[in-house]
Structures are given as structure tokens and as C-alpha cells.
Design a protein around this ligand. Sequence first.
Ligand code: GPU
Length: 830
Amino acid sequence: ERGPSFAPKHPLASGPVSTPPHTVDGFVKEFLRELNYGQGVPLSRSSLNDQYLALARTVRGYLTARWLQTATRRRQKPHKMVGYLSAEYLLGRQLDNALLATDLTAIADEALKQCGIDLDALRQAEIEPGLGNGGLGRLAACFIDSLATMDAPCVGYGLRYEYGIFKQTFVDGRQVEVPDNWLSMGGPWEIPHPEMEVPVHFGGHTERYVGEDGRERTRWISGWDVLGIRYNYMVPGYQNGVVNTLRLWRARATRAFDLHIFNAGDYAEAVRSQTFAENISKVLYPEDSTPQGKELRLQQQYFFVACSIYDFLKHTQPTDLDVRDLPERIIFQLNDTHPVIGIPELMRLLMDDYDLPFDEAWAITRQCFAYTCHTLLPEALEVWSVSLMERLLPRHMEIIYMINEVFLEEVREAFPGDELRVRRMSIIGDHPERSVRMAHLATVASVKVNGVAELHSQLLRDKVLSDFSEMWPEKFTNVTNGVTPRRFVRQSNPNLSKLITDTIGVGWVANLDRLRELEVYAEDEEFRAKFREVKALNKERITAVLKRRDGIELPQGHLLDVMVKRLHEYKRQTLKLLHMVTLYEGIISGEVDAATVTPRTVVFGAKAAPGYRMAKETIFLINSVAKVINNDPRVEGKLFIAFPANYNVTLAERLIPAADLSEQISLAGKEASGTGNMKFALNGALTIGTDDGANVEIRQLVGDDNFFLFGMDEPAVAELQAKGYQPTAYYESNERLRRAINLIDSGHFTDGNREAVSTVIGDLLYNDRFLVLADYQSYIDAQAKVEAAYADQEAWSRSAILNVARTGFFSSDRSMRDYIDRIWHIKTGS
Ligand code: GPU
């Protein structure tokens, strides 16, 4: 037994518990100790990676005492806590964040200088943990940052993927995916606990038996098992001495598993079966918003949720707790439907392990979960076929049937005689095959269901889950997303941060509403000049980054227009591309005098899901257009397109602070919230955007004069779709649009190869599910307004400053406050 059962005696047994000295000398000593004893090298012979690992461990050392203290304090006085369940955490680099949280940046910088090392070089050596796809995963990372900063009791639970989101490369303009072996240089931020094994069962069958009390019970005899290994990561609050936990699970084969095969004499087969078990945490599925119904994905979901719930019940909560009091101890927040299998899992534990009857288990379970929905796309709502579920998790399938039975009785009672409604609401769907609708299961079992922006929550209530909101109106609520100001302003934009702090003091970093105090400075000419100076410095920085990272030479003095997000049809990267082709076509056809065009550089950043054909074709088209425009002397100095490969958190941190214009151009009613939109506004970019997601709230806050709105709103979209949308009508009636499309279609950007663009062009003309052509003219007009506005630099700066001053609402600290008040009802700071 190597479990946690020792009984230590030493007076210092309950922790180390002193932080190393916050001095340059102290830091040098710790760093050299890590280098010598941790890496086993003297400074004089250390590699860059040795130095990075030693530095990371040194900084981690400063966090450890605080982490243990936080845990001890929470154990002494246990309060209800949050178990944030998320299949993704898109953390970004850790070093800078940990330095900032511990206020060690200046000390580390000086200490390393004394060792002849450049801190910045070590920063660059960190490979970011890309354990997420996009917005949903990054949101989880922002939320746990805020919860630590607010001293809220929370454990983040997830998967320790050995391979995160793929690294994107371009070969002849086409995306080629390369595995992201992020741990290959060592994982200095994680603390593994190989001795803490959580058993997880799969497959097999169930049996009835009669217990000692004469009651019938169920036993699940599994077909195969794996072990969950715990990996802890520290989540530091911002300079408040609090360090929370992120606990990620790795799958390992059980010994029993292979013994069986060893005995049969097939050693090689035994090793193979080990690999089979370990595959569960091998790789992040790269689909964003449109999940693939792959068996391994369901295994991943069940694996991490089963480990997490077990971990909470057996290790995190006080051992004497009566499970009937569980709702006073824990609220599991479901980050979309990926962890929803946790609902029948908790039911199973309460019924089969803790011997509670169904009704009692159900009453408890219904108080322990809350569900966040992150989408409106029907194809993004997860379903699992009943046949797969029966094979992989037979006991859970039985429990889901039981839940559905009592739920549908409730529906019949509330709406007598409405069998159509019963069918619509059922947790089990029939088309195209019998399957479990995870969003329904989540909604039925949760205390609260929330959308991620006002408009999104409204559409959830009125459209996607309208039957449920009629039955339980008080269950539905909104929490508008937010982003952490530590990473996305303070760390990523040091120039702006200094200007803000010099102007209003440091308090804004943990209280972003205080940015309001900047509003008066929008009228201050001197402040505006300084603000422009910051933008200019940030543009210089991104210019250097793109040159070093991608060999891209950004032209100088351009309006910097940025569209960075996953490649998705509903996000409409093709609309942005049509705009650029229109500008280009206007100049080369002689229609527009190049001298009158505002010099503009567009930066795209976007990964496509590897199996998403249209997205990949769009990437190819963007690269093709970029190549031609960037090399055409007729538009030189006027138009430029940069598409650096492998957009990730690290690049976002460099790019967003430099942007003038933020592209948020999804079809209204499709983007649940967006969070990039918030980061841009907070860094002083103006938004050109549709009335969608959180854009709506951004515009309300910054004011119409400081936002470029275009396109149909959601009701107009619904109306157009209801009467039958015909993209060709727009093509035929709009000359500039027609010329732009024809230019692409002619093969102008693809060496005369028309076939190479036919997928995208054909779809635009004959399908165009996301109404690109319908919004085209409105978008072009809004871009003309952008140019006019940009010509008046004083007015532009005023608007940009007002964007910063008025968007403090989008701090994830505020989001967390809202979750606490509306959903979790937990205490902070005690
Ligand atoms: N989102 Br569903 C993802 O990033 N991945 C998903 O699988 C799903 C949603 C995004 C939404 O598209 C975006 O609008 C939102 O801001 C973000 O989640 C966080 O809520």
C-alpha cells in the first residue's frame, strides 16, 4: 500500500510552510539549488531548458507554501466548494502568470541577470499547455484564475492529455497537423501522485442481488478497468497568498488487467493492452463546437468525471460526512455537456455504493450539479447512441432510463395530454438512432442552467430549451462570460498597464470596474498621445514576434485589423476575406484610386478541425489570397494579409494588444458569447461586429459611437431563413460582390486553378448556411466607416480609450461573482 495513510510525528508535520525569502539573493540561491540538485548541472554547463526548468521549479517553490496553507485552512473550516468539471483547460504559458501572482517578476529578472541569464529567453522556452480547443477551454482557465484571486474554494477537474491541441503548419497553403508533444521537455508545473490510483470501470454487465436488509440492489460487474492518476497544478490568486488546485487525470493500465494476459504467456499482447488503457488520456479531440461521437471521447469523459467525483467523495471532503449532506458541501459545475455523464455516475455511487434508494439519490443529485451551455448550433449538442452507452457504461444507461421515466412523469403531470411535448423533452431521442441527449440530461438534473451572454441565454430559453424553460422558468439564468485581466491586460500589455497604473493606481488589476476612472482621460490630449504611443510600441512588438516566429514582414503604419478564432463557417472568415478581395479588386480594376485607400493589414489566426473540409478549404483560400495580394505591386503599401500558423494563447497575448480593429462578425444568433471580443476591447481595439453573443453587451457598454455595428440581427436572420434564403439573388444584384466572387472563381489567386476554390465558392453561391452574402453590403459599408473614423486619429484614440474604460464588466472576476450569487451560493475569503 502506498496510499496516503502514514501518521507523521514531527512538529513541522503539517507542512513546510515557509516561503523562500523574497529577495534577489534568496531567489538566486533557490534557483541555483534547483539547477544543481534538481537538474543535476552546474550553472556553467546548463542548457537553456535546464535553466527554464530550474526557474519554473523555483517559482513553483514560492507557490507551494501558499498552496499548502490554502488547503490546510480550507480543511480546518470546510465550506461548500465548487468542483469545476471541464474536459478542456487552455492554460497558456505558466511562468509569467506565476511570477506576477507572487510579485516576483522584478526579483527574478535581477536574480537571473546576476547569473548571466536573460529572463525573456527563458520565458520563450516554455511550451504552452494547449489542453483545449478555443473559447470554452480558455474560459475555464480564466475562471479558475479568478476563483483563486477571489479566494473561492474551488478545484478544477479535467484531463491531462499527453498531446494537446495539434500544432498547425501550412504546406502549400494547406493546414497540416503536427502532434503537440507539450511534455517532451519536462513538466515543471505538475505534481504527479502515481500512488493515488482511482479505479475506473468500463463495459461488462449488471446483476441484481438481495442485500442483507432484504432490499434488491444492483451490482455492476465491469468488463475492463483503468486507473486514474492524479496530477496537481497550482492555480495562484493574484498577489493574495491564495493558491487553488487544478487536478488533471491521466489513465494508466491496472496490474490485474495485464496479469491475466501475462499468464496466458503473451507478453507483447500484455504491453499492447496497457497502451489501450493509456490511450484514454492520450490526445485532446480537436473538434471545437461540433464534437465527433467517437467512443474514445465518451471514455475520456467518463474517465475524468468518475475520477473527479471519487476524488471529492474519498479525499477532499471530511471523512465523516453523511452523503445526504452532499449538497451543502459541493456544487459540480458542468462546462458544457462533456462532463454530464457525472450525473448518472453520482447516482450510481449513491445507490450502489452508499445504498440509497433511487428517490433519495435523485433528490441529492439534483442539487449537486449546475450546467453551462456554450452553444446554439444544433450540431454541437452532444448525443451518445444508446447502443454505445449500453456497451460501455451499462449501469449508467439503466440509471438514465430510470431518470427519464420519473422526469417524463413530471412532464405529463405539468402538461397533461401533451405527448408531443413529452417526446420533444425526453432524454432519449429516436432520430436518427436511439440516443441520449446530454443537454436534456444536464438540464433535468441541474439546479441551474446558464447561457454565456444575455442574448445567448435568451435564445436558450426561447428556442433551444424552450420546453424546459416553460416547465422550470426559475432554473434558467445568464452569466455573461469574462476574461482574466491578469493575463490579458496586465501581463500581455505591460505598456498599457503602466499607463493605466500611472494614471489611476494599481487597484484595477483585481477590480476591473475601476477602469471607469479612465473615462475622463479620453478628453485629455496628452493622455491620448500616450495611449497612441502604447499602441505603436505594441505594434513594434508584434512586428518583431511575427518576423522571428513566422518570417512575416508586417508593413508599418497600417490599420491593424485582426480576426483570430477557430475556423468555423458560422464565424464567417470568408466574409472578412470577401472584404479584402473587394478592396483589392477595386484597386486593380482601376475603380478605386489606391491613394484614397486606408493602408490596412489583416491578421488571421485560425485552426480548423482536422476533419472539417470547408474550414480547411477556407484556410487554403485565405493563404492563396494572401500570397497574391502581398506580392502584387499595385497594392503594395496599401493591403497586406498575414496568416501566421498555429494561433495559440501565446500569440494572442502578443497580437491583441497591438490591434486597432477587432473582427467579431459571426452570423447573429450563432456565437454564444465570444471572449476574444472582450480581450480586444479591453486592450483598446474598436470592434466591427454583428449583434451577436457578448458583442451586444460590449456595444451597450461602450456606446454606438465607439462600435461599428453591421448586419442583420437575430430576428431578421430568423425571418430571412423562414422565407427562404437565396444567396444567388445577392450575387446577381450586387456588382462589387459579384466581381469579388468572380475574381476568386477565375483562379486569379490559385494560379488559374478554379477547381481549388470551388468548394468554398460553390457553397457561398448555392448554400451559404450562415448568410455571408446577405450581410456582405452592410459589412462593406461598416468598413468604409472604419476607414473614415481611422482618418481622425484623435477621435479614434478617444473611442479606443472609452473602450478600455467601459469594459471592466468583462473581467472573469465579475463572471465568478455572478456564478457565486446566482448559482453556487458559496462563501469566499474564509
Ligand atoms: N465554445 Br459548445 C467552444 O469554444 N467550444 C465548444 O465546444 C462550445 C462552445 C465557445 C463558444 O463558441 C463561444 O461563443 C464562447 O464564448 C465560449 O465557448 C465560452 O463560453
